[in-house]
Design a protein around this ligand. Structure first.
Ligand SMILES: Cc1cc2nc3c(=O)[nH]c(=O)nc-3n(C[C@H](O)[C@H](O)[C@H](O)COP(=O)(O)OP(=O)(O)OC[C@H]3O[C@@H](n4cnc5c(N)ncnc54)[C@H](O)[C@@H]3O)c2cc1C
Length: 247
């Protein structure tokens, strides 16, 4: 049986109508950067639980999670109403294989996330390990509107710390925004625009891809990369593409 810890919300940051961040004090077990736990609330007499990636890095307090309020979504629309001091259940043990120890050696690490799918990347990027293992790390963050682009200060801080070893590229699909790419990630991999924008070549010899968020992005990018000689990363057959689908 899963063990639940009663956490206390320390802050709820409402970024936009549909995006928010919860900071939670909860004494959960140690987790690895990139893993997820579950959060739960009692709704109409039932405990409703869903998985959420840690955005905070191991050892960081309070715990931090980045949310999208799904249309008609039961739990996300209840979590968004929480205020400082409110209680929320947090699963004690975290899970998941979207972690660096599952990634075989590579020179460059590409992190491709849609919306709240960037959360595990922040957890990983704020640890030392990726910087010890990879020469260059590219964070690619795809959203619909400019207002959906969040954690830019954190991204700036990583850039200031690691200089040219860190590359960042945003995609905004529904607006024209300077310094961002239009459209979607798969098309810009296909036509070379992403490699040009990031100034980093994708090659089976040097690159590993972590994909997180919208399952359509994950599927389309995976299929496209396979046509270019990249393979899915599996425990028994290490490859170049490691994925986490949010639904
Ligand atoms: C491993 C894992 C980690 C996850 N981490 C996060 C996270 O860090 N932040 C987060 O917001 N969600 C995350 N999710 C999704 C989350 O578990 C819930 O599905 C989501 O909050 C919706 O729950 P709900 O009860 O409100 O909606 P439900 O009634 O369960 O409706 C789910 C529907 O909402 C849509 N949806 C779900 N999640 C998202 C999303 N993130 N962005 C856009 N649309 C979505 C999909 O269409 C899905 O079919 C994660 C899922 C998995 C499997």
């Amino acid at each position: 049986m899963a063990e639940w810890i009663e956490g206390t919300v320390s802050e709820n940051i409402h970024w936009t109508e549909n995006l928010f961040t919860l900071k939670i004090d909860a004494d959960i077990a140690d987790y690895k950067a990139g893993q997820f736990t579950s959060l739960a609330l009692e709704i109409d007499g039932e405990r409703v639980a869903r998985p959420y990636s840690h955005l905070s890095s191991p050892g960081q307090h309070p715990l931090e999670y980045f949310f999208y309020t799904a249309t008609d979504g039961i739990l996300s629309n209840a979590l968004v109403k929480l205020e400082a001091g409110d209680k929320v259940w947090v699963k004690k043990q975290s899970n998941g294989f979207f972690v660096l120890e599952e990634i075989p050696p590579a020179r460059d690490l590409w992190m491709l996330g849609t919306g709240t799918g960037v959360a595990p990347f922040f957890s990983i990027l704020n640890t030392d390990e990726p910087w010890q293992r990879f020469e260059t790390i590219a964070l690619i963050y795809a959203v619909r509107t400019e207002a959906d682009l969040r954690y830019l200060e954190l991204i700036d801080a990583i850039g200031n710390r690691y200089g040219d070893r860190f590359r960042f590229q945003a995609f905004v699909s529904r607006e024209d925004v300077p310094n961002t790419l239009p459209g979607r990630i798969p098309a810009s991999i296909d036509n070379g625009a992403l490699e040009a924008a990031v100034n980093l070549e994708m090659s089976p010899e040097h690159s590993h891809f972590m994909l997180c968020g919208n399952p359509d992005m994950v599927k389309d990018v995976t299929e496209l990369l396979k046509t270019r000689g990249f393979n899915k990363n599996r425990r028994r057959t290490p490859g170049h593409i490691t994925t986490e689908n949010y639904w």
